[in-house]
Design a protein around this ligand. Sequence first.
Ligand code: FAD
Ligand code: NAI
Length: 469
Amino acid sequence: MSDPAYDLVVIGAGPGGYVAAIRASQLGMKVACVDKRAALGGVCLNVGCIPSKVLLHSSERYQDAKERLADHGIRFSGLELDLGAMMARKEKVVADLTKGIEFLLDKNKIDRVVGAATIVAPGEVSVARDDGATETLTTRNILIATGSESSTLEGVEVDEKRIVSSTGALSLESVPEKLIVIGAGVIGLELGSVWSRLGAEVTVVEYLDHILPGMDREISRQAQRVFKRQGLEFRLSQKVTSASVRGQGVQLMVEPVAGGDAEELAADVVLLAIGRRPYTEGLGLGELGVTLDERGFIEVDDRFETRVPGIYAIGDCIPGPMLAHKAGEEASICAEILAGQSGHIDYDRVPGVVYTWPEIASVGKTEEALKEQGVSYKVGKFPFSANSRGRTTGDTDGVVKILADATTDRVLGVHILGPLAGDLIAEAVIAMEFGASAEDIARTCHAHPSMGEAMGEAALAIAGRAIHI
Ligand code: FAD
Ligand code: NAI
């Protein structure tokens, strides 16, 4: 048999797929990267991380101008929202970044194939192109990085106009008067914040009795209080049983999870954000023997290899946090393993960030997890109201909370609600990667005045010796 054309064919060009393609090429492999979207970058770049962060930033600037800058002695007259221009800027940022990835793939001599891929057999990928033609790629190894899609809810039909998923919510043509969000998770809070800042009345309906499941409970409680003050209304322990478009609006039926009377709610737009599920449709996995777990995630071993030798998977389509940087980490490690190197990812060191304002960031164990595992721990906390940089900018909501082992002082988890929490968490991740103790952080010199000082003070608080509180 003749040699295959490629060492690696990657299916999916999201932050998992394109990073794996580049790393494999750096390591000397001949690589092709297939995606059915013409634009590279997957969900993250096209309809996820990037457009949502653009709108979060723009809407924050609008709210600053509307509500906060007067405090600084800056007043406006005739302030206007130009939603069209805001959306156009978002599109431009996405398009520029997409072109950036195109440049990187070219630079690394990766063949780009646009079309829907099916794995015919180990070592053989067939690609159905938009123009009807089919192309067959032969390869030593195949990497599946096909990502995820929004979960659906029975009785709630998404039309991306009145009843939208995150994709529709990133491109509304006007600010809805009333927006109801189903799900108080990351998407619900980020996109709920965007539209609330732009003027919508936002109600978030959540099945559980708390927001942001999986986050440290003390932090999620504090965050809820702050969001409530910002104008978000929360209806916790409620389930939506149906939503139907009526004229220009949507009618929702909601009932208490514990049982009780159903209630009808009305909205102009409803955002369904109840989680995401792995996307593996059309790959032909069943016939190949690649197995899925009960939630539809592809099962892989610690080398990211599926049950079928030579077929690997990474990113949102395998278990673990559904985050772009997790997909990217797995991508590099998987490429290195394919090149004969070793690699390992510690999922306890993958940070999570919610880009609301204040931001919420977390790494490692929550207090609830430590209790459940019977680990004895110490807590150190420091509020941003006592942080001088927070005072100078007026960002005094929130707290840094560090959890350390009661005996060894090793840092086990860090949870931050506060300004720039998404950047501050990097210090905690590095500390944990190096097996730092809380004292190591406490003895690290933090610049003054900086938000980072709150991290140093929270670490000092573990030993009961914070200075500024
Ligand atoms: P994806 O990005 O989903 O890419 C998969 C690609 O595979 C797609 O382009 C798809 O077209 C292609 N594909 C699928 N099947 C086939 C096939 N058969 N043939 C060819 N191509 C195929 N994460 C963060 O870390 N930070 C954030 O701020 C953040 N914000 C988000 C905001 C929103 C609104 C959403 C929805 C998600 C957000 N995420 C964020 C999550 C992040 O987008 C995902 O974790 C990430 O995109 C997963 O990367 P991936 O490479 O596994 O898959
Ligand atoms: P999520 O899992 O974060 O939150 C979903 C919420 O919906 C949960 O609170 C859940 O209890 C609730 N829910 C589930 N079923 C419900 C029902 N029937 N009625 C009412 N509430 C219900 O999922 P979300 O927000 O859709 O985001 C999906 C994923 O996308 C995230 O988990 C994350 O991995 C990724 N993402 C990451 C971002 C970031 O890193 N900043 C931003 C946006 C998304």
